[in-house]
Ligand binder design. Structure first.
Ligand SMILES: Nc1ncnc2c1ncn2[C@@H]1O[C@H](COP(=O)(O)OP(=O)(O)OP(=O)(O)O)[C@@H](O)[C@H]1O
Ligand SMILES: O=P(O)(O)OC[C@H]1O[C@H](OP(=O)(O)OP(=O)(O)O)[C@H](O)[C@@H]1O
Ligand SMILES: [Mg+2]
Length: 384
């Protein structure tokens, strides 16, 4: 029936699907982009049945993004790195589009993507506070870095250690402003203005910004920092109050898409649940131990007297049955608790202190809560 519809044509990437001829991939992309941008300007999302998720096509974020999705049982089926469209077999109405992170943000705004994963820095810089963008998950736990102002350690900056010191330097005037090199041409000026630095000029470059002060092109740089090695190797330092934002990978969506496409909201719910379940579990171990006791209550009392042994919702305690002299008895109890990875050794010591033995530790794969707090927050932000 679909095949006989004169307005539809077979999708070249997903042979089982049909797409409107106007959005056919044989017609240039720019035509469909212009159409969808116009529709978004008019407040409607472009017509299409598939939900589109943008993922970083290359660079730092790309591999970690695919790894995270794989850990959430949402592996991306991507046959060839030069093919920019892919599928996640578990989410049948979803198309994955590989894009540069900044283009993911731009395409969410134009309505050409519904969901995306990118660094929070990129979302903030290219989203420019646009109210259509909504952060669905703000802490995907990779791509950690900060956008930070840095100045030379030497010369007139030797004793300058804070943004306040920098702002008070007599050198900066209207005719001779502080020259800042940055790729963040939206966030940079905004930050300076908000912090009362009025005599500032900006220059931009695509990379290796740390060279600009030594080359005499700039006085300061505003760039991403993670380990701090690049700053150190170029004789630069961060200053107090100079961090514009802290960033990590986030899941971001177009509000309009989520409100107007029921299936986009459903798909987002599933992705969010899987992300939350995996990320919550990643920080925890399951710890099992045996403990002698007269009753489950008595064992529970001992376990709960220790600060690191309360688990997520208290310990699970069950009798261990054994046969002695033909009689079934339960002198031992098995206790199962979830323990934060960081508190593992403490917990094992506390278990031993209250008579725990045979302590087994295993990794946790998922923790599914009744409902994730982020889902509730999302619905409320969407007014649903
Ligand atoms: N030390 C770091 N430097 C830069 N980006 C980092 C760092 N650590 C984490 N990131 C994250 O990685 C993202 C940048 O990735 P990448 O450099 O691959 O992409 P890009 O900047 O869009 O590409 P390109 O640099 O080729 O223009 C940043 O937006 C940030 O969220
Ligand atoms: O604090 P660090 O761990 O040293 O990382 C910071 C550096 O990494 C990034 O550069 P990138 O490697 O992307 O090179 P680029 O300058 O060419 O973008 C960023 O722009 C900094 O230069
Ligand atoms: Mg880069």
């Amino acid at each position: 029936m679909l095949a006989s519809n004169p307005n539809l044509t077979k999708c070249p990437f997903f042979p089982t699907r049909y797409v409107p001829i106007s959005r056919s991939f044989h017609i240039t992309c720019s035509v469909s982009q212009l159409q969808s941008a116009a529709e978004v300007v008019n407040g409607r999302v472009p017509e299409r049945n598939e939900i589109r998720l943008g993922l970083p096509s290359k660079g730092r974020m790309a591999a970690d993004t695919l790894d995270l999705l794989k850990d959430c049982q949402l592996s991306v089926k991507h046959v060839n790195p030069r093919q920019y469209v892919a599928q996640i077999p578990q989410l049948s109405d979803l198309e994955v589009w590989f894009q540069r992170p900044k283009d993911i943000v731009r395409k969410l705004l134009s309505g050409d993507l519904d969901l995306g994963i990118a660094g929070f820095d990129t979302v903030s810089e290219y989203g420019q506070g646009n109210e259509d963008l909504i952060i669905v998950h703000d802490a995907l736990d990779y791509g950690d870095c900060r956008l930070s102002l840095a100045i030379p350690k030497y010369g007139i900056f030797e004793n300058i250690n804070s943004l306040k010191d920098l702002a008070q330097m007599p050198q900066w005037t209207e005719g001779k402003p502080l020259r800042v090199a940055t790729g963040f041409t939206y966030l940079g000026p905004k930050f300076m203005k908000e912090n009362g630095l009025n005599h500032v000029s900006f220059s931009t470059a695509d990379g290796a910004l740390e060279a600009a002060p030594a080359m005499g092109i700039a006085d300061a740089i505003l760039d991403l920092v993670s380990s701090g090695t690049t700053l150190k190797e170029n004789n630069l330092k961060e200053i107090e109050g100079g961090v514009v934002l802290r960033s990590q990978a986030v899941l971001v969506a177009s509000k309009r898409s989520l409100i107007q496409r029921k299936s986009a909201l459903d798909t987002t719910h599933e992705i969010l649940e899987r992300l939350e379940a995996h990320l919550r579990a990643e920080g925890q171990f399951t710890v099992t131990a045996n403990m002698r006791g007269s009753s489950a209550e008595e064992v529970a009392e001992r376990v709960l007297s220790q600060p690191s042994l309360s688990g997520l919702q208290g310990p699970t305690i069950s009798p261990v049955f054994c046969k002695r002299d033909g009689q079934i008895s339960s002198d031992y109890y098995a206790i199962v608790i979830c323990v934060p990875k960081k508190a593992l050794y403490n917990s094992v010591q506390q278990l031993r202190a209250i008579g725990g033995s045979g302590v087994l530790v295993s990794p946790l794969t998922y923790i599914f809560d009744e409902e994730t707090p982020r889902w509730r927050e999302l619905l409320s932000a969407l007014g649903l």
